[in-house]
Design a protein around this ligand. Sequence first.
Ligand code: GRF
Length: 278
Amino acid sequence: MSRRGRVEEADLGCRTGVAPVSGIRNYAIEVYLELQLEARRGEPSKIMETGGLPVLPRFKLVLAVRSVIQTAVSNPFQLGVLGSGKGSNFVAIAEAIAAGKIPAEVAVVLSDVEHAGILSHARDRKLPAQFIPPGKFRTKLDEESERAFVSVMQSAQVDLVVLAGFMRVLKGEFLRAFEGRIVNIHPSLLPSFPGLEAWKQALDHGVKVTGCTVHFVDAGVDSGPIIGQQTVPVLDTDTPETLHQRIHAAEHELYPKCVAAIARGQISVQGRKVIWKS
Ligand code: GRF
């Protein structure tokens, strides 16, 4: 867990550890207001000694908090992106960051597919991008590969792992290393149609409305707490391709919004429920 995540969890009781700045900022504002009150009362400050060191137990964290805020400002929320395909969701997120809509940076982009489009998109943007061989399995990473993915993400001090079309199931070590800090986008309204080709499953089933879902990743398949969903109507004239195309367009709107909310510390998780704080 990143340094910011640890401070947040230990000192501010944040459940997921993915809301690094806002709680700390509120705490610092509280301290600042307290200092102003003391000044107004004309009392010698109980908070700061002459040398500026905190004396009240409650304010012992002031300096640490200040340095955490400085770290957060100079080192924004870091995203680690994993993808196996063309990377259009990654592009949507990168563009939203560039437009100032997500207060975050892409720390690294990793792929299990050597020539995946997502790696070229990252390199075009001068972002660190790396292929890591997945090992002998088809649907998961082997142990050595999973260790390599985790190690690169940890060295890059990633706050949130963003799965953008990553076609392998993440197992124990990865989930433990980034518990509560991995998100995925799925092309259906979960819990309907988990798994592969969800748009085709929806069309074959005859539903009138489908869409996409952003969710936290747990040990199951497409089963973690739901962060956001966007609907897409199914037309009588739809083919799997036309429906998939419209779902993709909806994904490009939904995913950046959800990642932005997490980076801003607006998301908390209560059991299966994800709460959006304003
Ligand atoms: C998307 O349809 C997403 O829902 C699924 O994988 C696809 C990735 O597409 N998880 P892209 O690589 O982002 O274009």
